[in-house]
Design a protein around this ligand. Structure first.
Ligand code: GTP
Ligand code: SAM
Ligand code: SF4
Ligand code: SF4
Length: 321
């Protein structure tokens, strides 16, 4: 396995298959690319299934054992089943989706080799859901979650971004996963630095404290040092990257944008490396280079100046892959 200068082995890759989406969530960071969503038709600039598979075959050689497919909305890719079918068997394969296209496709994804799915569901309330996602697809998403559980794409993690619009629904979602087999809850700290709306922020520390009191037991996951709270039959995981040095110190994934750029960190766009028409040998070298240039973001790469603004740590100015 390749390791960066901070001792972080790269055991996983996170691939955005498209930046297109049928939702318009108010907080969306579009995997670090900001609001770059274009037309809904398939775009020539998107990596082809062949490109994705070639990359996966290369990183398998380096011991990468997990792949996460995401987007935009990855299920807008009609060749998603093909990509999953051609993903190396040695890899754990998961998908993060808004869930609308799972009804009718969950079974086929399972048959193609998908192990599990995360579905974004920010509230158990139709109106709040519509306000956040700017879509009327609440029922479709609920149906999608059921389809995923029935197809055995479990555990199905429900992704909920904790911010001003959802804070009142956290308790209901915790009860929901405790009562329904096959579901887990993933509470995601809102990342204001990607949206420019700091006023929507909620203190995630309070959610940790509340869950610590409620839980029967607490575990810490290797990836990102994330806390997992076990409440009754349910599990609630907190994803809290913001200003969290421990999270970054345990970051083991390289990212790939929908256009086939490798990047060492979600929040950095200055270390992009295009795979373009590369041969496997060239991808091998580029992957090594991107891993060698990885630096933790919070605590190391990004620091606050005297006015409280986030600026690049001088130590890393000029670090470009
Ligand atoms: N800053 C940062 N955020 C991340 C990272 N990985 C995941 N996230 C955020 O965590 C949220 C949930 O991501 P998912 O794709 O559902 O899954 P995951 O938590 O990464 O992985 P699994 O739990 O293994 O399925 C998203 O909002 C991501 O942007 C990371 O490395 N850095
Ligand atoms: C960018 S979406 C892509 C996959 C898919 N469209 C979906 O919504 O699940 C991946 C995850 O990022 C989360 N996310 C988006 N913007 C965020 C932000 N500003 N802060 C925290 N999480 C965010 C979403 O809630 C979602 O769970
Ligand atoms: S569904 Fe996912 S990609 Fe689409 S707007 Fe919402 S968070 Fe962003
Ligand atoms: S270094 Fe930190 S911010 Fe960057 S991808 Fe890893 S955990 Fe996320």
């Amino acid at each position: 396995m390749l390791e960066d200068d901070f001792g972080r082995e790269v055991s996983g890759v996170r691939i955005s298959l498209t930046d297109r989406c049928n939702f318009d969530c108010v907080y969306c960071h579009n995997e670090g690319l900001g609001d770059t969503r274009g037309p809904m038709d398939a775009q020539d600039s998107e990596m082809s299934a062949d490109d994705v598979v070639r990359f996966l075959e290369v990183v398998e050689e380096f011991g990468v054992e997990k792949v996460k497919f995401t987007g935009g909305e990855p299920m807008l890719r009609q060749d998603l089943e093909e990509i999953i079918r051609r993903t190396p068997d040695s890899m754990e394969t998961s998908l993060t989706t808004n869930g609308t296209f799972l009804p009718g496709r969950a079974e086929a994804l399972k048959e193609a080799g998908l192990d599990r799915v995360n579905v974004s569901q920010d509230a158990l309330d139709r109106e709040a859901f519509a306000e956040i996602t700017k879509s009327g697809a609440y029922e479709k998403v609920i149906e999608g979650v059921h389809a995923a559980v029935d197809a055995g794409l479990t555990p199905v993690k429900l992704n909920m971004v904790v911010f001003k619009h959802t804070a009142g629904y956290v308790e209901g979602m915790v009860d929901h996963v405790a009562e329904n087999e096959g579901l887990q809850l993933q509470l995601i700290q809102y990342m204001p630095e990607l949206t420019g709306k700091p006023e929507w922020n909620i203190d995630i520390g309070r959610v940790h404290d509340w869950l610590a009191d409620l839980a029967d037991r607490v575990e810490t996951r290797d990836m990102h040092d994330r806390k997992r709270y076990y409440v009754g039959e349910g599990m609630v995981e907190i994803v809290d990257p913001v200003e969290n040095e421990t999270f970054c110190a345990n970051c083991h994934r390289v990212r790939v944008t929908h256009e086939g750029y490798l990047k060492g960190c979600l929040n950095r766009n200055d270390d992009l490396k295009s795979m373009g028409e590369m041969t496997k040998a060239e991808i091998r070298e580029t992957f090594r280079e991107v891993v060698a240039n990885r630096v933790p973001y919070y605590g190391e790469y990004l620091v606050q100046n005297d006015s409280g603004e986030y600026v690049l740590n001088e130590k890393y100015l000029g670090v470009k892959a």
